[in-house]
Write a new protein. Structure first.
Length: 146
């Protein structure tokens, strides 16, 4: 998680109010990417950018959902898709900056974590059975991986 997001959150909600999360080590992030490549049937030597391109090609739009709308509720979207998890990975870039959150904390604070003008991210369950892509334009795309 970028430090400025934590600082901004805590300025608004008080010191030490940011939800608990864990940033994956480079080794752990590399493992997530390697497993994801296998789940997608991709060659090991593909770059993270190529994996993201494949995800974009294979995922489908979640119709009628726009993250820029005030009524957006990530929990409802995940439920509609039949996706559930206790904890999730959040990929903030090219699978080199991945954080682990409880799904409850991430959903509850999504609007404060996600910056629509700048962020593209992927939400993955810890088993890598599903993935939801959220784009800076507000689009939401989904992909089953199992």
């Amino acid at each position: 998680m970028e430090r400025f997001k934590v600082e901004q959150f805590e300025q608004e909600h008080g010191a030490n109010s940011f939800p608990e999360f864990r940033s994956l080590t480079n080794e752990e992030a590399g493992h997530v990417l390697a497993v994801l490549k296998r789940r997608l049937g991709l060659l090991d030597e593909l770059t993270a950018q190529e994996v993201l391109h494949t995800i974009d090609q294979r995922s489908v739009d979640v119709e009628g959902v726009d993250t820029t709308e005030d009524a957006f509720d990530l929990r409802l979207v995940l439920g509609r898709l039949g996706f559930s998890a206790e904890r999730v990975f959040i990929n903030w870039y090219r699978f080199d900056r991945i954080d682990e959150f409880s799904i409850e904390d991430f959903c509850n604070s999504f609007s404060e974590f996600f910056y629509p003008s700048a962020d593209d991210l992927e939400i993955l369950d810890l088993d890598l059975a599903w993935l939801v892509s959220i784009r800076h334009c507000g689009a939401v795309r989904a992909l089953g991986l199992s």
